[in-house]
Design a protein around this ligand. Structure first.
Ligand SMILES: NC(=O)c1ccc[n+]([C@@H]2O[C@H](COP(=O)([O-])OP(=O)(O)OC[C@H]3O[C@@H](n4cnc5c(N)ncnc54)[C@H](O)[C@@H]3O)[C@@H](O)[C@H]2O)c1
Ligand SMILES: O=C(O)CC[C@@H](O)C(=O)O
Length: 475
């Protein structure tokens, strides 16, 4: 394939191996100030240059141009993988205030976050170069997924790498609440010996009610049965029970029977305030509540009242309606008027959203999400994306001169494929795949025997279509 201009590997100060990499990726077209992202290096052997062709004058490819901003202390496994592909990675320990985030996001093609960074429409509007978001966690409620899809920005997460960690935390909390461990420990920290058995229980033979029987809920079900608990669960979907667990048809039925109720639902309009005054009153007197899902699921003032009255004997909260961006002071009454009342309650375990915070989970999440980002950036594969149709073609390799992968993200309207195929149809299309999800469709086509001039022409014609959201050409 003809090359616009070669990269000067030595100027990158990358050492011999990376100088070789830079030489090999030199046949690329580079980005300019257009909203389209720049050329990307290939993962692994860095075999193939991949570019966003800009209608502006072409510039030499430079791997150091590719910017990834990682927030909230993404695990080293993920940072290492991304740096290993020679992207320019900036990794920060905490999230950023919105205005600072807007400043920083303008410049990057990729952002990696956890649960604290809110990628709202306002923030994403500023992200002119962004092509992909990595949520290094399970939850994706912090991202405006619909708006991102409308802008052609793919979002990936790690759907189950921390499920076991959350399930283990909840098992620990069930025992800790049943035995009032938090209170006994706090008392002795303060020098008070208070040996009591009143209101302390074994968990064997008790009933656990799980709301949301997904990755975490079902994992927890198995662990709880191993402790001799009876498990019932409520889910909006009919799901196969593990062990001898039983699905119940209504929340009321679950509340009536459960000694411990634990929430494992996503943040959705339907799950907001799902556990409030009415629901707490339906629970067994002296039962326990655990929430390690999302902060808006439980109405905290209602919980405070239910605990004061003895209706609820103990609770564990790992998540809160508003959480700080980093470690430090929290629970000021300004932010949460109920904070002081909550802290004063007996037998309540308050943890700072650490359900998934184990070495094992964070390391696995780092690898999983970084690999998804690399696959998307380098090959355009959307497998596992949470807001885009899942489309994939084989990985691109070095032995394919004069070959281009065209990715055309477009609005899902009638007649687009006909028009696109009129553009691609003059060339040798080896393989093509397309799929849609809601209003957005994703097309990938591998085309052989094309020159840079043809690539540029294909790009410009696709960019000119009304249906276009984003066009990428990888070669
Ligand atoms: N505390 C933490 O650190 C931590 C860690 C991981 C996940 N989470 C939270 O836990 C949530 C659950 O995680 P998961 O991996 O089990 O998710 P999942 O998607 O595998 O399971 C969620 C389940 O909830 C069900 N559900 C949805 N709406 C419901 C409703 N209205 N009523 C009853 N069931 C409903 C779904 O059908 C699904 O089976 C995540 O969305 C995330 O917000 C928190
Ligand atoms: O690590 C985090 O910040 C989020 C953990 C958890 O809530 C998740 O959604 O995976």
């Amino acid at each position: 394939m003809e090359s616009e201009s070669a990269i000067d590997g030595t100027s990158l100060d990358l050492g011999p191996a990376k100088a070789e990499l830079s030489r090999r990726v030199s046949s690329s077209l580079n980005f300019s100030t257009s909203p389209h992202p720049p050329s990307w290096p290939k993962s692994g052997d860095f075999a193939r240059a991949q570019s966003f062709v800009s209608p502006k004058p072409l510039k030499p490819f430079n791997t150091a141009d590719f910017k990834i901003l990682l927030l909230e202390n993404v695990n080293k496994t993920g940072v290492d993988l991304l740096e290993g592909v020679n992207y320019q990675v900036t990794s920060l320990k905490s999230s950023l205030p919105e205005d600072e985030l807007i400043e920083k996001i303008r410049d990057v093609q990729v952002i990696g976050i956890r649960s604290k960074t809110k990628l709202t429409e306002r923030v994403l509007k500023a992200a002119k170069n962004l092509i992909v978001i990595g949520c290094f966690c399970i939850g994706t409620n912090q991202v405006d997924l619909k708006y991102a899809a409308e802008r052609g920005i793919a979002v990936f997460n790690s759907p189950f790498s921390n499920s076991r960690s959350v399930a283990e935390l909840v098992i620990g909390e069930i025992i800790a609440l049943a035995r009032q461990l938090g209170d006994r420990s706090n008392e002795l920290h303060r020098g008070t010996w208070n040996k009591v058995s009143n209101g302390c229980w074994e968990i064997r033979g008790k009933t656990l009610g799980i709301i949301g029987y997904g990755h975490i809920g079902s994992q927890l079900s198995v662990l709880a049965e191993a402790f001799g608990m009876t498990v019932i669960y409520y889910d909006t979907v009919n799901l196969m029970a593990l062990g001898t667990a039983k699905q119940v048809p209504t929340l009321e039925e679950l509340f009536k029977a459960a000694d411990f109720v634990t929430c494992h639902v996503p943040e959705l309009p339907e799950t907001t305030g799902m556990i409030g005054r009415e629901e707490l009153s339906q629970m067994k007197r002296g039962s326990y509540l655990i929430n390690a899902s999302r902060g808006h699921v439980v109405d905290i003032p209602a919980l405070i009242n239910a605990m004061r009255s003895g209706q609820i004997a103990g609770a564990a909260l790992d998540v809160y309606p508003s959480e700080p961006g980093g470690n430090g002071d929290y629970f000021s009454n300004d932010l949460n008027p109920w904070a002081e009342d909550l802290r004063r309650l007996k037998n309540i375990i308050l943890t700072p959203h650490i359900g998934g915070s184990t070495e094992e989970a964070q390391s696995a999440i780092g690898i999983e999400v970084a690999q998804a980002l690399i696959r998307y950036i380098n090959d355009g594969a959307t497998l596992g994306a949470v807001n885009m149709p899942e489309v994939s073609l084989r990985s691109l390799t070095i032995d394919e001169p004069n070959h281009v992968r065209v990715i055309y993200i477009h609005r899902n309207v009638p007649g687009v494929l006909k028009t696109v195929n009129e553009i691609l149809g003059d060339h040798n299309v080896d393989k093509q795949m397309t799929d849609s999800r809601g209003d957005v469709a994703y097309l990938m086509a591998d085309i052989s025997d094309v020159s840079n001039t043809v690539i540029k022409d294909l790009y410009q014609r696709l960019e000119g279509l009304n249906s276009r959201i984003m066009t990428r050409v990888l070669f």
